[in-house]
Design a protein around this ligand. Structure first.
Ligand SMILES: [Zn+2]
Length: 257
């Protein structure tokens, strides 16, 4: 039996702890103390650290965790992370024997130059996608290009529809506010807001979300939908209707939102 536990940390990060009864793997530990606390509470031994990208709120806890647990640190081959022992990129498989989980690495550049995601298809479809695809949104483009980010999101959207998206921040409500401006007639989006508000009211994470819901409500996955293209064009005369230009315009207006 595999559990995936969210450690809410820093301002709005989720550090994911994947574990069975004895062993745990941690994804993007921005800070060590709440992770160690959970491991000790549940009497778990850490067996690996996974980083999706180099930002400090995803890697800042590596060093302190390594002082207590001598474990491999997987991370993006094309980025520098001081404590990384196992650089990986698309095509690599990671066999986490202690928790009986096989992960496939996907290259998802855009937020950072070498950002990666970790996908598992057994026992269920799950992806740890860091700051690429968010619940009803996407990460900022810091190091890559809009084209790279668009393609990374397209790659994630081609995973099976029931894939659960484990992103690294609780941004859902704010993302929905933006999405409603872009896609105001979307009934599923309005329903999604009500559900998310109820969850947050009780302090329950809105993550993970199924990819099928993202495809129906996340504007950054809907750049070929006529209503999204019309919204972008209404805000800018003679705007090109190709998906990457639409995506870039959406991302730019979210930056200013
Ligand atoms: Zn980041």
């Amino acid at each position: 039996m595999l559990n995936i536990y969210p450690v809410y940390a820093l301002k709005d990060n989720y550090i994911w702890i994947i574990h069975n009864q004895n062993y745990a793997v941690v994804v993007d530990p921005g800070i060590a103390s709440p992770v160690i606390e959970y491991l000790e509470l549940k009497k778990l031994r850490l067996s690996a650290i996974l980083n999706t990208h180099h930002h400090a709120d995803h890697t800042g806890g590596n060093k302190e965790l390594l002082q207590s647990y001598a474990v491999p640190v997987y991370g993006p081959r094309n980025e520098f992370i001081l404590s990384m022992t196992h650089p990986v990129s698309e095509g690599d498989q990671i066999n986490l024997q202690e928790i009986s989980l096989n992960l496939a690495v996907l290259d998802t550049p855009g937020h950072t130059r070498g950002h990666i995601a970790y996908f598992a298809s057994n026992p269920i479809n799950i992806v740890f996608c860091g700051d690429t695809l968010f619940s009803c949104g996407c990460g900022r483009i810091f190091e890559g290009t809009p084209q790279q980010m668009y393609q990374s999101l397209q790659k994630l959207s081609q995973l099976p529809d029931d894939t659960l998206i484990y992103c690294a921040h609780e941004y859902t409500l704010n993302n929905i506010l933006f999405a409603k401006i872009v896609d105001p007639e979307n009934v599923e989006l309005i329903e999604r807001e009500i559900t998310a508000q109820k969850l947050r009211h009780k302090n329950i994470p809105t993550i993970p979300t199924p990819l099928s819901l993202e495809k129906k409500t996340n504007p950054f996955l809907r750049c070929t939908q006529p209503e999204i293209i019309t919204h972008v064009q209404n805000n800018s005369a003679n705007f090109p209707a190709d998906p990457i230009s639409v995506f870039a315009a959406l991302r730019q207006s979210k930056n200013n939102f």
